[in-house]
Design a protein around this ligand. Structure first.
Ligand SMILES: NC(=O)c1ccc[n+]([C@@H]2O[C@H](COP(=O)([O-])OP(=O)(O)OC[C@H]3O[C@@H](n4cnc5c(N)ncnc54)[C@H](O)[C@@H]3O)[C@@H](O)[C@H]2O)c1
Length: 290
């Protein structure tokens, strides 16, 4: 695990929990030591390294989690490619960059791949897996198989698009939520409630297509045909991006401070992660008919 900040330390839990030996490296050794403290239950399986080459010894899969800067990622990948075993997979947690750019010109570009997690990966299993133009198809297969073996859900993308799948869908919704707030259509907590106690309950179990498919007796064909006109009008009418300026951010901040739980971020975060783990457990015990 290279880079042990928010995402790296959570990946380390994923790997250690699955029984892997995990080697931690961060340019700032205090970060790696802090991560190691979280990994005490698996202390015999983890080691902290102050030098990248020693961290990479005997490693078959590298998860890179340095800051989201193309310059930094390119340098880190140059160093990884130079020092890692030639058979090792080099996977990046990048949220935005194309592997074709990160690994451009590297002798080992064929073993470089994106494995973009959702924060925090030890709680949320989906990982977007995406090749660069030079990535070997076998590396995609091996990455997906490895991620599945440590309990994650690899999601394959066929090509690069800015924001990948998850953030495109997430920000389509965040944009609309901000726009509804800005237009004064409802209070902030009521906009959240529509997801929390509405759409989100279904979305924890199935995606938008499966929801559409179960929303009409005749499935997605009937859903989209029967409601064609108003749906098309609605989708066409979804506006552009609201101007998220300092004034709007301040209004959003004030509104969330006053909303229930808005000032109890840390408690909410802990509760959220605990509840997600329980939902995952429930889904494992009673898998969807598919
Ligand atoms: N935080 C999220 O919600 C989230 C979600 C998915 C993906 N990601 C991606 O994960 C990556 C890491 O994000 P984060 O939120 O954990 O950031 P972070 O700032 O918490 O951690 C980055 C870590 O990288 C270390 N670092 C800096 N330069 C380094 C180098 N040259 N070699 C090794 N380590 C180095 C820093 O010391 C720090 O510990 C980014 O690419 C980000 O886009 C983040």
């Amino acid at each position: 695990v290279v880079g042990t900040g928010v995402i790296g330390r959570s990946w380390a839990i994923v790997f250690a929990r699955a029984g892997c030996r995990a080697r931690l490296y961060d340019r700032d050794v205090q970060q790696a030591e802090k991560a190691a403290e979280l990994l005490l239950p698996w202390k015999t399986q983890i080691s902290v390294h102050t030098d990248l080459a020693s961290a990479l010894e005997g490693v078959g899969y590298v998860q890179e989690n340095s800051p989201e800067s193309l310059e930094i990622k390119r340098q880190v990948f140059r160093d990884l490619d130079a020092a890692a075993d030639p058979a090792a997979i080099l996977a990046s947690s990048t949220s935005a960059f194309d592997m074709s750019r990160i690994a451009d010109g590297l002798p080992g570009a064929r073993r470089c791949i994106i494995a973009h997690p959702v924060n925090p990966p030890h709680v949320i299993p989906a990982v977007e897996v995406l090749s660069g133009t030079a990535t070997d198809p076998d590396v995609v297969e091996r990455t997906c198989a490895f991620l599945a073996s440590v309990g994650q859900t690899p999601v394959r993308m066929h090509k690069y698009i800015h924001g990948f799948l998850l953030n495109r869908m997430q920000f389509a919704l965040v944009r609309e939520a901000i726009s509804l707030f800005e237009q004064g259509v409802a209070d902030l907590d009521d906009i959240d409630a529509v997801i929390r106690d509405g759409l989100g309950l279904r979305w924890a179990l199935m995606g938008p297509f499966a929801v559409a498919n179960t929303n009409a007796d005749g499935g997605i064909r009937q859903y989209l045909t029967g409601h064609e006109q108003w749906l098309m009008e609605l989708m066409d009418g979804l506006g552009g991006t609201p101007r998220v300026d300092a004034g709007l951010i301040a209004r959003l901040g004030d509104a969330i401070d006053q909303a229930p739980g808005g000032a109890r971020r840390q408690e909410l975060r802990v509760w959220r992660d605990r509840m997600i783990a329980r939902i995952n457990e429930l889904k494992r015990k009673e898998p969807s008919p598919r």
